[in-house]
Design a protein around this ligand. Sequence first.
Ligand code: AMP
Ligand code: ZN
Ligand code: ZN
Length: 342
Amino acid sequence: MTSANRNPEIRKDTINNRFVILSPARSRRPSDFKSKSQPKPDPNTTQSSCPFCAGNEHQCAPEIFRLPENSDSGWKVRVIENLYPAVSRDDKVKPECCVVNGEVSVGGFGFHDVIIESPVHSVHLPDLEPGEVAVVLLAYKKRIQQLCGVDSISYVQVFKNHGASAGASLSHSHSQIIALPVVPTTASNRLDSMTEYHNQTGDCILCNIRNDKFVIDESTHFISIAPFASTFPFETWIVPRYHSSHYHELDEDKAVDLGGLLKLTLQKLSIQLNDPPYNLMIHTSPLRIDSSQLPYTHWYIQIVPQLSTIGGFEMGTGCYINPVFPEDTATILKELQLPNKK
Ligand code: AMP
Ligand code: ZN
Ligand code: ZN
């Protein structure tokens, strides 16, 4: 059975406490879900004018570190300050909470960094070898560990925008990290849901997530799935098969393993959907959760191809209409053979 033959179904994402309407009436056949030709983020940017290319380091905001450490021109990954940060790393901006007439505000202190994933302009994340993707993943880890040392930082969001309609302004492969003095609502809702599941079952919800209908691929330590209540067509999660609350617990071996599965997943989405714009988010636990919460909080990666725009219903309800059943996404992506794997 494909999405087009199914009845509509309202499913609950119990991890994020939100509903989705899986609606085949609004479906096109899954194979029709190809990204149309996208406007490139920066069509006028050439290698010589791209600040993220090797050789143009002086055009960037200050570097925080590079990997390998102490490499001169031979760097693989650079972590730099964002030239146009959303929050201020100036410690004169105090992250103090102010409540006036019930209106709450906090000083906009925080960190907004950019991770340049390759020195070469045309090389994108899935073009890298698993060990090279691991260097990017370990750069995230190292930066999060540094940010953990800042007392007022409560949450760290790692994210990647690829393609103009996914919010990217530069096409050179990069991701970003924003560290905040507050825990954003999606993260605190997730924590509440994981706590509730644990109270009811005694288990960690993501340790229990395995259901073969939704599995796409597996590696030694990770699994890729189309989640049961996928909010978006072809939404994919990569979940550690071992229990872990915080992304920054990732070790080098697991980073290489994750690098391979992330590469495979991005390659499959690119082939199936014609190099779609996408967003990638690492959903980790708030930095300073109580040790009693560690047994049931579990990080994961969410990848969302941007194939549709949202409308008033979604804005009004927070409930999305997804025309592609995740069972079909899982089957399509599981069966997809990569050309170089034949
Ligand atoms: P995106 O807009 O998602 O493609 O992310 C690119 C980020 O790089 C944006 O948040 C920009 O503020 C930032 N950016 C642009 N130019 C520079 C630069 N020369 N140095 C550091 N960050 C930059
Ligand atoms: Zn470049
Ligand atoms: Zn778990």
